[in-house]
Design a protein around this ligand. Structure first.
Ligand SMILES: Cc1cc2nc3c(=O)[nH]c(=O)nc-3n(C[C@H](O)[C@H](O)[C@H](O)COP(=O)(O)OP(=O)(O)OC[C@H]3O[C@@H](n4cnc5c(N)ncnc54)[C@H](O)[C@@H]3O)c2cc1C
Ligand SMILES: *[C@@H]1O[C@H](CO)[C@@H](O)[C@H](O)[C@H]1NC(C)=O
Ligand SMILES: *[C@@H]1O[C@H](CO)[C@@H](O)[C@H](O)[C@H]1NC(C)=O
Ligand SMILES: *[C@@H]1O[C@H](CO)[C@@H](O)[C@H](O)[C@H]1NC(C)=O
Ligand SMILES: *[C@@H]1O[C@H](CO)[C@@H](O)[C@H](O)[C@H]1NC(C)=O
Ligand SMILES: *[C@@H]1O[C@H](CO)[C@@H](O)[C@H](O)[C@H]1NC(C)=O
Ligand SMILES: *[C@@H]1O[C@H](CO)[C@@H](O)[C@H](O)[C@H]1NC(C)=O
Ligand SMILES: *[C@@H]1O[C@H](CO)[C@@H](O)[C@H](O)[C@H]1NC(C)=O
Length: 594
């Protein structure tokens, strides 16, 4: 059944049987036990875990190209080169005008390459609060999603790794909460912005009530300020493609990956019941359409935008909306594409009286080339780190905040954050000079958005409405968050020696109303969309998948990716996606006794 693909051999030189196909004509079969749609963050985890059992066959269909040889997907500092709209590795999506954010239309970045967003994201490794997962357990009625039961999956996914500069990491993390033998390498920063970092830590000493130091934000108790951890090993990006599709795993005779394979919809023979016996997925390549078949399950792992799009294209969604586009309803499941939740970020920058900022690299071609050459030579130097910052703070509104009269507390509990504050030794102004930023995000949003279809052309871009700051509460809360960042900046640590200069925008001088207007005009998305195929309890009147990730009302179809998280966690979303995928793979194995 399986033949080596000669075209691919030259790509992965030295590897005997690499079954990452560029062309459907080379694919040995179109009939597998499992067809996984999307070779992204979650999809590759599922493919890797299912094929541990040699008795099942798995095909991964990925719309984008390979990650191999894409330097910007490898060098952490260069990740914008692979994430930005207009690169060959982006879906080039834009949002609808976001009314809560002054009507702005945003590029909505999504990875269009093997590894999906894990091949191009900002690399921050943050798990969220224990209460995020306990809330998922409560919402789904499945304790399997609780923090305690999910925790082993964090460890299974993770391989704690020394930072690229091998600095002494004592006091910067808690080894007891980390895995050491999983596929995804996680490390602390491998290049030190010492002067900036010292001031961050000093602020936690000066303002211990508002900004306490937290040894490890990934313990389930994230509140406070701690050192950021990254999905980086030995100065290189660690992604689902590098970690879960290693050359050794790709040699498995029961695993095939097809690139440039964009799935349009699932073939429906007319009756929902018949999907039991004929699980099929159509794929588009240039002008050619073909059908791939799954005898056990189709697993949708196309991400929080791709997955609802394929469901809707297949007639699984809100009957009225489908009918309006002339798509016959196979299953009326109104929650498909609804309940989008996303984080809103807004940056605050100050000029600094120092040259130890990232601008010393980005605004100095000589230094930039030196740093690149150093990475190239030894995988050390500033190019080993990406741009999120050196530390993050996870913060809350005051318990007696009057905002809780506007809306009940949307966070999952008192140990979970309302805000993230990213501490960054660089600015956003794009002007000459040296800057630092304390970027603030509202990470427990009330706002909800949607992903819907623009037409019945299955290859047309979907309509992405993040609902960013559409809830008044979120805008008011983010305004309070900005005040927290302003407070952080008043610490003697930043001011005793004239380090902190003028802010790029004088927010401290603004009235509350001006600040609120500024927040609406200057916020953007965090690219943390979830919820479009949300889990709910079995038998609930809403939701898309049951707690076992099976699509409600249809056999042989599961969703395993970030779409199933019913509410965005108070964290960047890749770690949560990885544990959804690890547990999801186990749930599939249980179903089929693999
Ligand atoms: C720019 C950016 C920065 C981010 N930074 C961070 C960060 O620092 N830390 C963090 O934790 N999280 C970050 N995230 C979020 C995080 O990366 C995502 O939440 C997570 O990776 C989503 O995983 P997924 O498996 O659901 O989807 P993806 O990883 O997007 O996987 C979906 C895959 O399916 C493919 N696909 C889609 N449609 C089809 C189709 N019709 N047919 C075939 N294939 C299809 C896609 O090409 C993609 O490969 C960031 C995201 C972005 C975009
Ligand atoms: C996004 O745009 C770039 C530049 O035009 C292109 O190379 C890439 O293929 C586009 N992505 C998709 C999914 O069409
Ligand atoms: C989950 O439900 C239990 C029992 O009702 C409750 O005690 C707990 O606070 C809930 N946790 C979250 C995070 O919702
Ligand atoms: C969105 O999720 C909430 C639970 O978080 C649920 O009550 C609501 O019905 C969902 N809405 C839709 C349209 O699915
Ligand atoms: C950075 O500033 C220090 C003093 O503040 C100065 O000695 C040094 O030459 C500067 N370095 C560069 C590269 O400009
Ligand atoms: C630019 O970088 C080079 C090499 O590190 C350094 O010698 C030079 O002083 C820098 N220029 C400025 C203006 O900082
Ligand atoms: C990286 O190293 C290779 C040789 O190993 C060299 O050919 C290439 O020019 C280097 N690139 C940079 C940017 O230094
Ligand atoms: C692999 O799957 C087959 C078929 O379900 C099952 O009989 C076998 O026990 C599995 N092997 C392992 C090692 O789990």
């Amino acid at each position: 059944m399986f033949a080596p693909a000669l075209t691919i051999l030259s790509f992965f030189s030295g590897v005997a049987f690499c079954k990452v196909y560029e062309d459907v004509a080379d694919l040995p079969s179109l009939h597998y036990d499992f067809v996984i749609v999307g070779g992204g963050t979650a999809g590759n985890v599922v493919a890797s875990r299912l094929t541990e059992n040699s008795s099942v066959s798995v095909l991964v269909l990925e719309a984008g190209p390979t990650n191999k040889g894409v330097l910007d997907a490898q060098v952490p500092f260069l990740s914008n080169g692979v994430s930005d709209t207009g690169t060959p590795y982006s879906w080039n999506y834009t949002t609808t005008p976001q009314t809560g954010a002054d009507g702005h239309v945003f590029d909505y970045l999504r990875g269009y390459l093997l590894g999906g967003c894990s091949s191009h994201n900002g690399l921050a490794y943050t798990r969220g609060a224990a209460e995020d997962f306990d809330r998922y357990a409560n919402l789904t009625g499945d304790q399997g999603w609780s923090w305690n039961q999910i925790f082993p999956y964090f460890l299974k996914n993770e391989q704690w790794t020394a930072p690229a500069d091998n600095h002494n990491t004592q006091g910067q993390f808690n080894p007891a909460v980390h895995g050491t033998s999983g596929p995804i390498e996680v490390s602390l920063s491998g290049f030190s912005w010492t002067e900036f970092e010292r001031r961050v830590i000093q602020t936690t000493n000066e303002f211990p009530n508002e900004f306490p130091f937290n040894l490890d934000m990934n313990s389930g108790q994230p509140l406070g300020i701690g050192w950021l951890q990254y999905t980086i090993g030995h100065g290189e990006r660690s992604s689902s493609a590098t970690g879960y599709l290693t050359p050794e795993i790709l040699r498995r005779p029961n695993l095939d990956v097809l690139l440039h394979a964009q799935v349009s919809d699932m073939v429906r023979p007319g009756l929902v019941r018949r999907i039991h016996t004929a699980h099929t997925a159509i794929r588009h390549a240039g002008t050619s359409l073909f059908i791939a078949r799954a005898s056990k399950e189709i697993i949708l792992s196309a991400g929080a935008i791709g997955t609802p799009q394929i469901l809707l294209n297949s007639g699984i969604g809100d009957h009225t909306a489908l009918a309006a586009l002339g798509i016959p309803t196979v299953l009326n499941l109104p929650s498909v594409g609804k309940n989008v939740s996303e984080h809103a970020y807004t940056g605050l920058s100050w000029a600094v009286n120092s040259n130890q900022t990232v601008e010393s690299i980005t605004q100095n071609a000589t230094r930039y080339n030196e740093a690149f050459a150093e990475w190239n030579r030894s995988h050390t130097g500033p190019f080993v780190d990406p741009s999120p910052g050196t530390h993050a703070g996870w913060l809350r509104l005051n318990a007696d905040s009057p905002l809780f009269n506007v809306h009940a507390d949307p966070s999952p509990g008192p140990d979970a954050p309302h805000f993230e504050m990213l501490l960054q030794p660089f600015g956003f102004a794009g002007t000459q000079g040296h800057f630092v930023s304390f970027t603030m995000a509202m990470v427990s949003p009330v706002s909800r958005g949607s992903v819907t279809l623009s037409s019945n052309d299955p290859f047309a871009a979907p309509v992405i409405d993040l609902g960013l700051l559409s809830s008044e509460f979120d805008a008011l809360a983010l305004t309070e968050g900005v005040k927290l960042a302003l407070k952080f900046a008043t610490a003697p640590a930043w001011n005793h020696d004239g380090y902190l200069g003028a802010p790029t925008v004088d927010l401290a001088a603004m009235s509350h109303a001006e600040l609120l207007a500024h927040v609406r005009a200057n916020s953007g998305p965090g690219y943390h969309i979830v919820g479009t195929a949300g889990m709910s309890a079995r038998g609930a009147q809403y939701g898309v998948v049951d707690p076992d990730l099976k699509v409600k009302g249809i056999a042989g179809l599961r969703v395993i990716d970030a779409s199933v998280l019913p509410i965005v966690p108070g964290a960047h979303t890749q770690a949560a996606t990885y544990v959804v995928a690890e547990r999801g793979a186990d749930l599939v194995k249980q179903t089929w006794a693999l």
